[in-house]
Design a protein around this ligand. Structure first.
Ligand code: SF4
Length: 122
C-alpha cells in the first residue's frame, strides 16, 4: 500500500464491534436508491456466522466511492450504533483497532460502543 493510499479516507471495519443490527445495509440502500430499503442494493453486507457466533460486515463493490455529503458521514458509518464502521484514513483505522482492546478494559461501555463513536467521530 502506498503512502497516498494510507492517507486516503474510506470506510473501514472493526468486526468485533458489530452486533448484527444491519442498520448499515438499510441506510446505505436507502441513500443509493433514493428511498428504498433494500439490503441487496447496499455497498455493505452483514454476514451472520451463527456457528462462530459473530457478524461480519463485508465491504462490497463501490464502497470506495462513499464519501461524506452535505457535511454528513456515509450513512453506514453515521447510523452504525456501535462504531463497527469507521470513516477515516487507513492509518487511523489501524491505530483505533490497536488501541481499542486496552480502552475497553478501562471503560466497560467501550465493549459495546467504540470510543470514537461516543466521541462523535466517524
Ligand atoms: S450498523 Fe454497525 S453494528 Fe449494525 S450490522 Fe452494520 S456494522 Fe454491524
Amino acid at each position: 500500500m502506498t503512502h497516498e493510499e494510507r492517507q486516503k479516507r474510506g470506510v473501514y471495519v472493526e468486526e468485533a464491534l458489530c452486533n448484527g443490527c444491519r442498520m448499515c445495509e438499510m441506510m446505505c440502500s436507502y441513500k443509493l436508491t433514493g428511498g428504498e430499503f433494500n439490503p441487496r442494493k447496499a455497498r455493505i453486507k452483514v454476514m451472520k456466522l451463527d456457528e462462530m457466533g459473530i457478524c461480519l460486515p463485508i465491504r462490497r463493490e463501490g464502497i470506495a466511492h462513499c464519501k461524506p455529503t452535505d457535511g454528513k458521514l456515509p450513512p453506514c458509518v453515521e447510523f452504525c450504533p456501535t462504531g463497527a464502521l469507521m470513516y477515516c484514513t487507513y492509518e487511523e483505522a489501524i491505530r483505533r483497532r490497536q488501541e481499542w482492546p486496552r480502552q475497553r478494559l478501562e471503560n466497560p461501555e467501550y465493549k459495546v460502543r467504540a470510543p470514537w463513536r461516543i466521541e462523535g467521530k466517524g
